[in-house]
Design a protein around this ligand. Structure first.
Ligand SMILES: [Zn+2]
Length: 129
């Protein structure tokens, strides 16, 4: 395997899941997890994940690195963030997101499930102060 193929291949030793076409590979790491997520082209959180999350916004913090593709997120106050690979990614809880363009986005994250923002010392929500 070479080039960008390895970014899309099943992760060795990971727990694989397909959630409405979003491919998740998760490996446990102590209290946390190392996670590779492939968001397909055309993905929008509102149509692809909202029903699974049972919340109006994605309430996860995202800490990691986008290795392929282009993602935008928006907070309720109208602020947006734009991540094009290769970029570090830091997104506070309480947002919606979507894939831009016709290429899948591949995000590699470290998380602590529902406790990620607190563990990293991030605000629990997006704010200006
Ligand atoms: Zn803002």
């Amino acid at each position: 395997m070479s080039g960008s193929d390895v970014l899309f291949a099943p992760v060795n030793g990971a727990d694989h899941r397909n959630v409405n076409g979003v491919l998740l590979d998760v490996v446990r790491a102590g209290k946390g997890r190392i996670k590779r997520t492939i968001y397909p082209a055309g993905f929008r959180w509102v149509t692809g994940m909202k029903d699974v999350a049972h919340t109006d916004l994605c309430m996860h913090a995202h800490i990691g690195f986008i290795v392929c593709g282009h993602v935008q997120v928006r907070f309720p106050d109208g602020c947006t963030m734009d991540f094009t690979a290769p970029s570090a990614v830091v997104i506070e809880p309480g947002h919606v997101g979507w894939v831009v363009g016709d290429e899948a986005a591949v995000l590699i994250e470290v998380d602590f499930e529902g406790d990620t923002a607190q563990q990293f010392g991030l605000p629990e929500t997006h704010r200006h102060d």
